[in-house]
Design a protein around this ligand. Structure first.
Ligand SMILES: C[S@@+](CC[C@H](N)C(=O)[O-])C[C@H]1O[C@@H](n2cnc3c(N)ncnc32)[C@H](O)[C@@H]1O
Length: 268
């Protein structure tokens, strides 16, 4: 398990991944389906938050989810069991050293993984090896630079920026969404097609605003607290104020929030 993974592996983070997946399920998954009999690899599957959607939406395809964290893969296995899904297996594996044959998979699907690995080019080269000629890769990433909100206060903005800077300091790139096209093209994939998926929430959509801002985004920022303070990026008072102000967005009548995910599909 990598010690420097910005979000960590707590129960709270596992729940956040499930909440995040649920709040943007249709936005991100509505156009993904795999044909009967096809074999799909999901690297960095985490606790299975995307896997259950993939497996349910393509019940006649088969999936192998892998994660570098054994406990996450175990948790994912438990989850698909409780959902009665029988078309998924899990294993623990490093995206750079996949224990699979060349061209073993028809497709690869990964979500919120490249932003955390120190060498996304190397990860894509490793994934390209295991996809058959003509198969596809689907990559979903966020881009924290695409986020804006109202009220836009200096402290809330400073706390948000800490998340970007902490992730960068430990070798990740939370601004990777905008780089998906060049990354995939340079890795040798063809027919690269990237579509931005914007989520916008205001008081007219209170459920979406709550699930996205209160249970997904703000807890993600809060997860960077210790590292941001230890790295001297922000003082404690500004941090606490910023977090309070982020939490207030889904509570008040005037709070709005906007964020863009990027979904790329390309062919081997
Ligand atoms: C933000 S989580 C996303 C999990 C899941 N894809 C989702 O959308 O809920 C990133 C995952 O990538 C995994 N990961 C990080 N580095 C990895 C590596 N080198 N090989 C495999 N998985 C890795 C982490 O353990 C974590 O579970």
């Amino acid at each position: 398990m990598p010690a420097d993974y910005v979000h960590g592996y707590s129960q709270r983070e596992a729940q956040r991944l499930h909440d995040q997946a649920a709040s943007v399920r249709d936005l991100l998954h509505h156009d993904t389906a795999f044909a009967p009999g096809e074999l799909v690899l999901e690297p960095g599957c985490g606790v299975g938050a995307q896997t259950v959607t993939l497996a349910a939406d393509s019940p006649e395809a088969s999936f192998i989810g892998v994660d570098i964290a054994c406990e996450s893969a175990r948790e994912a296995r438990r989850l698909v069991g409780t959902r009665g899904l029988t078309n998924v297996e899990f294993a623990s594996a490093d995206i750079y050293r996949l224990p699979f044959r060349e061209a073993q998979f028809d497709h690869v699907f990964l979500c919120y993984v490249l932003e955390h690995v120190p060498d996304p080019d190397g990860a894509l080269a490793s994934l390209r090896r295991v996809v058959r000629e003509g198969g596809t890769i689907t990559v979903i990433e966020g881009d924290h630079g695409s986020c804006y909100f109202h009220p836009d206060t200096p402290a809330a903005r400073a706390a948000w920026k800490c998340l970007i800077d902490v992730q960068a300091a430990i070798g990740g790139d939370s601004l990777i969404g905008r780089r998906l096209y060049p990354l995939l093209a340079c890795a040798g994939f063809r027919e690269v097609a990237v579509s931005p998926r914007m989520i916008y929430a205001d008081a007219s959509r209170p459920a979406l605003r709550h699930s996205f801002v209160a249970t997904t985004i703000t807890p993600m920022v809060e997860g960077a607290r210790e590292q941001a303070l230890a790295m001297g990026m922000i003082d404690e008072a500004t941090w606490e104020q910023g977090i309070r102000e982020l939490h207030a967005i889904p509570e008040g009548g005037e709070g709005t929030f906007c964020y863009t995910f990027f979904k790329a599909v390309a062919r081997r």
